[in-house]
Design a protein around this ligand. Structure first.
Ligand code: SF4
Length: 229
């Protein structure tokens, strides 16, 4: 049998490396998948420090496995949010009220909202056509900053400008998930609260849940947010 040339040997070694890497990634994805499934079914988080990066590193593979098992994709996104909220909870509670910032999506407004768009987002006029007018004073209590923003660009800009110690982001499932990941990449303590109705206009949310989160202080358990959505 003819001996392998140097080029053949290099190709063979590369082939082995790719194969081993693929097996490691697959095993890792299966491990994250299993831990996620068990965590969801049992209502507690197993090895969260391992699962959190895994949800990003092998997200595509994880979602494919999820679909193959005919599971609801939203359940995975919701789990990712709850996991980050749970992991950020302790640090969030320790941040003084005046160092907290709350970001509300503009879709919570009334379709007839008279608020003006400024470089810091929309300024609520408390016209009471939507629930923001009813709760905004409570949200601002203790010196917390409240922004009604049209998108993530505003969030980034305000975070860079005011450098809050912690943020609370409100949005649909995907927005909150991506917002929490963005905050993590900026080394920012963040909590996410998901709206109860998706959409682009006149969405709704459970305001009591948001108030519970923004008012968290050391020693408080994470009740509403850890159960939702
Ligand atoms: S209460 Fe504020 S946010 Fe709601 S519609 Fe009026 S001005 Fe707009």
């Amino acid at each position: 049998m003819a001996s392998l040339t140097s080029l053949d040997q290099i190709v063979l070694v590369l082939g082995y490396i790719v194969l081993v890497a693929a097996i490691i990634i697959l095993v890792y994805a299966l491990l994250i998948f299993t831990l996620t499934m068990v965590s969801i079914r049992r209502g507690r988080f197993y090895l969260p420090r391992l699962v959190k990066p895994g949800l990003i590193v092998v997200e595509g593979l994880l979602r494919s496995l999820w679909k193959a098992m005919r599971l609801d994709d939203r359940e995975l996104t919701s789990f990712a949010i709850r996991l980050r909220n749970q992991m950020n909870h302790g640090r969030f509670c320790a941040v003084p009220m005046e160092q907290r910032a709350i970001f509300l999506p503009q879709c919570l407004r009334s379709a007839d909202c008279p608020a003006d768009l400024t470089i810091e987002g929309l300024r609520c006029k408390r016209c009471m056509r939507c629930d923001i007018g009813r709760v905004i004073d409570q949200l601002e209590e203790g010196g917390r900053k409240v922004f009604i923003v049209p998108g993530s660009t505003f969030v980034r800009r305000m975070v860079k400008k005011y450098r809050p110690g912690a943020v609370v982001g409100v949005g649909c499932l995907l927005e909150v998930k991506e917002g929490l990941e963005m905050a993590d990449s900026m080394d920012m303590v963040a909590m996410g609260v998901v709206t109860s109705k998706d959409g682009c206009v006149e969405t709704t949310m459970e305001w009591d849940k948001l108030l519970e989160v923004v008012n968290l202080v050391p020693g408080d358990p994470l009740t509403a947010i850890s159960l939702a959505p």
